[in-house]
Design a protein around this ligand. Structure first.
Ligand SMILES: C[S@@+](CC[C@H](N)C(=O)[O-])C[C@H]1O[C@@H](n2cnc3c(N)ncnc32)[C@H](O)[C@@H]1O
Length: 263
C-alpha cells in the first residue's frame, strides 16, 4: 500500500549543489548535476567509501531492528532512492512494515515513487519536509504510523547539515519525545575524529558549494543520545557497528553511528 499520494511538483534548482545530490554522486548514482559533481570532486577520496559504509550501516541497523520486532520506521533525510532503500530492507524481513520517509530536496520528491513501491502487506509514504519543523513531520507521520507502538526514527547522515544555531539537539529531542517506550533512535553523523587531516578539505568543499556542514567530535555527537539507552556496541564508528555478524577488518570511517532505545 502506498499512502498520501499525490505528491506536489516543485522546481529543482540544479545550479546549486545539494547534499542529496552530492551524496548520490558519492554513491555512484546518476541523479546529480555538474554543481554537485564539483563538490564531490573536491572532497577527499575517502568520501566515497565513507558514504558507502554509512549506507551499509543503515542497512544493518534497519534489518536488526526489523528482526527484533520493530515494524514502524520514520526516516528523515532519506536521500535519493538507492536500492535497497530502507523499506526494502525491513519489508524483506517483515512484509507488513510501515515506513514514512521525509526529505527537503525537491529532487528526492521527484524520485519518491521509488520509495513508494511498498510490499502489498506493508505501507510507505513520503513527506516533502524540513527536519527544522519536527512537529509538522510528526503530525503528518501519524497518518501512517501508530505512535502508541514502537517506532524507529532514523536520522542518518542528516544532522551534520544542521549548524549549532539551527538547534540539531533540540530538534532531535522533540522527535524522540514523541516516541513511546521501546522505540529507537538510529543516528549517523559525520566526523573527522579518525582522519583529522581531511577535515579542512571536506569543510572547504562543502563551504564552496554553500552547503553548511558541521562535522562533530565524539563528545558533540553523544548528546544526541541523551536520556536513551545505546544498544551494544554503543556509539562507534560506522565500520564497528555489527550485531550477529563479526565486524570485518577495520577501515577508517567518517561517521559515528549509534542505535538507542527509548525508555
Ligand atoms: C547525505 S544524505 C543521506 C541519505 C540517507 N539518509 C543515507 O544515509 O543513505 C542527507 C539527506 O538529508 C537531506 N537533508 C539535508 N538537510 C535537510 C533538512 N533540513 N531537512 C530534511 N532533509 C534534509 C538531504 O536532502 C539528503 O537527502
Amino acid at each position: 500500500m502506498t499512502a498520501g499520494m499525490p505528491q506536489p511538483q516543485l522546481p529543482i534548482d540544479t545550479s546549486k549543489p545539494h547534499p542529496a545530490r552530492v551524496y548520490d554522486w558519492l554513491l555512484g548514482g546518476k541523479d546529480n548535476y555538474p554543481a554537485d559533481q564539483r563538490v564531490g570532486e573536491t572532497l577527499p577520496e575517502e568520501a566515497r567509501g565513507n558514504a558507502a559504509r554509512n549506507r551499509a550501516f543503515m542497512h544493518r541497523a534497519s534489518a536488526w531492528l526489523a528482526r527484533n520486532g520493530v515494524d514502524q520506521f520514520l526516516d528523515i533525510g532519506t536521500g535519493i532512492p538507492t536500492k535497497p532503500n530502507l523499506h526494502q530492507v525491513v519489508q524483506a524481513i517483515t512484509p507488513t512494515a510501515r515506513v514514512v520517509y521525509a526529505d527537503n530536496d525537491p529532487i528526492v520528491l521527484r524520485h519518491a515513487e521509488g520509495l513508494l513501491i511498498s510490499s502489498p502487506e506493508g505501507a510507505t509514504d513520503y513527506l516533502h519536509a524540513d527536519v527544522g519543523e519536527p512537529r509538522a513531520i510528526l503530525e503528518r507521520a501519524c497518518e501512517l504510523l501508530d505512535f502508541s507502538r514502537p517506532v524507529a526514527l532514523s536520522l542518518i547522515a542528516l544532522m551534520h547539515f544542521l549548524p549549532d544555531d539551527q538547534d540539531p539537539y533540540g530538534i532531535t529531542r522533540t522527535l524522540v519525545d514523541a516516541l513511546p517506550a521501546g522505540s529507537f533512535l538510529v543516528l549517523s553523523h559525520g566526523t573527522a575524529d579518525q582522519h583529522p587531516e581531511l577535515k579542512q578539505k571536506t569543510e572547504t568543499a562543502y563551504k564552496k558549494g554553500a552547503i553548511p556542514l558541521r562535522m562533530r567530535t565524539r563528545s558533540e555527537v553523544e548528546p544526541f543520545f541523551e536520556g536513551l539507552d545505546l544498544v551494544e556496541p554503543g556509539l562507534v564508528f560506522a565500520t564497528e557497528w555489527y550485531q550477529e555478524e563479526p565486524a570485518p577488518a577495520q577501515e577508517r570511517s567518517g561517521f559515528y553511528v549509534g542505535v538507542a532505545r527509548v525508555r
